[in-house]
Design a protein around this ligand. Structure first.
Ligand code: SF4
Ligand code: SF4
Length: 372
C-alpha cells in the first residue's frame, strides 16, 4: 500500500500529523459563521466560470444529468436488510477497502463526521457518524493549463461519483445506511481527507496525497457503518512545501502565499480567491499550482528519496517541472518567468466580482478544499 511504501521521513520535515488546529477557535468560527458552499457565496463567479469552461463540460453533460438523477434516487435508498451484528468492524473495514479497490477508487479513508466542516445547507442531515473519503487520481497533467486537462479532470470526477454511489450500495447491501454526495459535496473534502490520513495541505491550498499530490478528485460518503477510523498523518509535506514553494513562485495570478496563518482554527496558506478565480475561468481551468508540484509529478516516495540523498527538492527550478504553456498568449514560461496579466483580467467585462468581506458570510471554503 502506498503509505507503507514510503521511506523514513527525515525529522526536519516533520511537523504535526495532519494540520495544526485550535479546537476552541474552530468551534467559535463554526458557531458564529458556519461554512457555505462556494456557489452560494459567489454565484456570479460560479456562473462566469461555468460559462467560460463550458467547452470542457459539454461532452460530460449527459453523464452528469444521469448521475444527478441517480444521486437523488440514492438519497432515498435505505438498506433492505439488518446488519449482521456478528460482523467485526475490522473485517467490515477490510471488505469496504477491497470493494473500493475493485471498483477502481484510488484510495479511501474514514474520518469522523463533523458538522463544522459541512456546508450549512446540509446541517442536520447526517445519517451516521462516519465519512468515507474516496479519492480518484486524475490523468497526467503535463499539458495543463488546457481544455484537454480540464475535460479529463471532469471525467475523473464523474468516475469517482459513480464509484462512490456503488460503494454506498455495497454498504447498504451489508445492512448499513450510506449516502454518497457526488461531485457537489456537502462539506470540505480537504478537512475530511486530512483527518482520514490521505494527505496534508500543501501551500497550494489543496490536499497533497502521497501518490499524486493534488492531481486528484474526491467524493464523500456519509454512513453509519462501524468502520475503523483512520487518523491524520505527518507525511513531511509541510516541511517539503517550505523547501519547495514552486506553486508560490509559478502561480500566474500571484494568488498563493508561502505564509501560513490560523484561519477558522486551522493553520493554512490561504489562496487569494479574487486573483485565482478569474484566472482559472479565463485560462482553461489553470491548474498550474497542481502541475508544478513535485509531489504530484514524481510522487512523495521519490521526493523523499531524493531529499534523503541530496537535501534538494526534486525538479525544483527545472523546466520539466515548473515550465508551462500559457493559453492566454500561447507562450511557454520557464522557471523564473511569469506571464504578464492585464489588470482588467481580474475584473472581466460584464462581471462584478465581489469577494470575502463584502459577503454576509465572509468565508471562502472552496479554494481551500477542492483539488485542482
Ligand atoms: S489555479 Fe492557477 S491562478 Fe489559481 S492558485 Fe492555482 S496556479 Fe494560481
Ligand atoms: S508545489 Fe511545492 S510548495 Fe506547492 S504544494 Fe507542491 S510541494 Fe508544496
Amino acid at each position: 500500500m502506498w503509505i507503507d511504501d514510503l521511506p523514513e521521513i527525515p525529522s526536519e520535515l516533520l511537523t504535526v500529523p495532519g494540520v495544526r488546529r485550535d479546537p476552541v477557535e474552530e468551534q467559535r468560527a463554526f458557531d458564529e459563521n458556519p461554512l457555505h458552499e462556494y456557489s452560494q457565496l459567489y454565484p456570479e463567479i460560479h456562473r462566469f466560470t461555468l460559462r467560460k469552461l463550458w467547452p470542457s463540460i459539454v461532452p460530460h453533460a449527459p453523464r452528469m444529468a444521469r448521475e444527478s438523477k441517480r444521486l437523488k434516487i440514492e438519497a432515498e435508498s435505505e438498506p433492505a436488510i439488518e446488519p449482521d451484528s456478528a460482523t467485526d468492524s475490522r473485517v467490515l473495514t477490510q471488505q469496504t477497502r477491497e470493494a473500493a479497490a475493485a471498483l477502481g477508487i484510488t484510495a479511501i479513508g474514514v474520518a469522523r463526521y463533523d458538522e463544522k466542516y459541512i456546508y450549512s445547507a446540509y446541517h442536520g442531515q447526517a445519517i451516521g457518524d462516519r465519512i468515507i473519503v474516496c479519492i480518484q487520481e486524475k490523468p497526467n497533467i503535463d499539458d495543463a493549463p488546457s481544455f484537454r486537462f480540464t475535460r479529463n479532470s471532469i471525467a475523473a470526477g464523474m468516475d469517482v461519483d459513480e464509484y462512490g454511489m456503488k460503494l454506498a450500495e455495497f454498504l447498504r447491501s451489508k445492512g448499513y445506511r450510506a449516502k454518497s454526495q457526488g461531485h457537489f459535496m456537502h462539506g470540505m473534502a480537504l478537512h475530511f481527507g486530512v483527518e482520514a490520513g490521505l494527505g496534508q495541505m500543501g501551500l497550494n491550498g489543496q490536499l497533497l496525497t502521497p501518490f499524486a499530490g493534488s492531481r486528484t478528485t474526491f467524493t464523500l460518503i456519509n454512513t453509519n457503518a462501524p468502520l475503523d477510523f483512520d487518523r491524520p498523518r505527518d507525511y513531511g509535506i509541510l516541511g517539503i512545501c517550505d523547501r519547495c514553494r514552486a506553486c508560490v513562485r509559478r502561480c500566474p495570478a500571484r494568488a498563493i502565499t508561502s505564509k501560513r496563518t490560523m484561519y477558522r482554527g486551522v493553520e493554512k496558506a490561504k489562496i487569494k480567491t479574487a486573483r485565482c478565480a478569474p484566472v482559472t475561468a479565463l485560462a482553461e481551468g489553470c491548474g498550474v499550482c497542481v502541475k508544478v508540484c513535485p509531489v504530484q509529478k514524481y510522487g512523495l516516495k521519490t521526493v523523499l528519496e531524493e531529499y534523503g540523498r541530496s537535501k534538494r527538492i526534486i525538479g525544483r527550478d527545472t523546466d520539466e517541472l515548473e515550465g508551462y504553456d500559457w493559453p492566454l498568449d500561447g507562450t511557454h514560461y520557464g522557471p523564473g518567468e511569469l506571464p504578464p496579466l492585464p489588470k482588467d483580467l481580474f475584473n472581466p467585462p460584464g462581471t462584478n466580482f465581489v469577494f470575502d468581506r463584502q459577503r454576509p458570510h465572509g468565508n471562502d471554503p472552496q479554494r481551500d478544499f477542492v483539488s485542482g
